[in-house]
Design a binder for this molecule. Sequence first.
Ligand code: CMC
Length: 383
Amino acid sequence: MDEQKPTISVGLQGVYITETKICKVDGNVGRLYYRGYAIDALAKNSNYEEVAYLLIYGNLPKAAELEAFRQQLKEERDLPDFITDIIAKNAEKADPMDILRTCVSALSMSDSYAADQSEAANFKKAIRLISKISSIVATIGRCRDGGDYVEPNKSLGHTENFIYMLKGRDPTPQELKPVEMMYILQAEHSSNASTFSTLVTGSTLADIYSAVTAGIATLKGPLHGGADEEALRMMYAIGDPSNTEQYIEDALAGKKKIMGFGHRVYKAYDPRAKIIKEYLLSIQNNSSDEVAGLTEIALRAEKLMVDKLGQSRGIWPNVDFFAGPVYRSAGIEIELFTPLFAASRIAGWCAHMIEYWRDNKLIRPLEYYTGGLDLNYIPIANR
Ligand code: CMC
């Protein structure tokens, strides 16, 4: 082979695939912006519906626009019977992410606009997806606990209704605050793996249901959305806070990755992790024994990891590390963490897909072939 070996960007590291106005991640200083607004300001002042509107339409809504958007989300909350059947029949034994992926794919079959690729139809489908995915995740959680589908309550806000459909009652402030915060913090993060796979699928001009189904499939992995579940499992495995340092030292000595640390883009403290940690500290004195124990483990693990690998290796806590104790403070079970991540990130996936389609280009990278050529074909009987 006389072809010169090209430079290969393994894992597409450092490769820009498009221009965007949706999200800026400044990994060197640990800053994150949705449509130019710093994540700290949004987490402090905004709510998920407003953030979803901002991501999809590109500007903060005026009061009447937000009200109309909220109304559209409310109208889309119900789930068709065939979706609640899939959930009810599988929730007790199947992986919640598998159920979610299947349901979102199946949703296209009850949408008469599914194949309509106009931007107006795609905005409509985005609203439908944002609304229904939360209902699906709540219903998966409810049916896992042996409950039945709870009809949505259309007088409630988006995240309030999520908790209502999950628990069958109105949320308490202690449940609502962390869930709302996590919805905002996980709504968008530029061309992460799941957003990229959404774009790859959509770039073939497949419909938005196909595109976000690919995104959900990609989010499932423990190197991406599944890391929050793994981080909490590690905290449970540590058990007593006094075991934390030894556990982490042993894991690092065994070349194991500590889930919830490290990031492809952030080489500084992930600003989302800072916000989640602050919240955890704010509830520390009023939390259950379980959450208090998890918080102590998390803080001890964070200190050790930051001392060992922070400045020296650029490995800092990411959004997933403190998420587990915070979700537990809202009584959310571990298996719902990644589905909830999807219920939030759907806004980012849809925003990117709609933006990309305005100047669509098929995504089709290259591979450098290192196998043989012109091999002699030997009939099967002679091999
Ligand atoms: N614990 C210990 N060492 C780590 C960790 C970690 N969490 N993360 C990276 N490293 C080390 C890694 O072992 C490697 O060391 P060496 O150069 O000696 O082989 C070096 O840092 C580079 O790691 P990499 O995996 O090649 O880097 P990457 O840019 O491909 O990885 C990552 C980014 C997120 C996959 C990785 O940091 C990781 O696996 N972290 C744990 C999983 C996790 O928390 N994922 C959630 C990411 S944030 C939310 C999201 O986007 O979904």
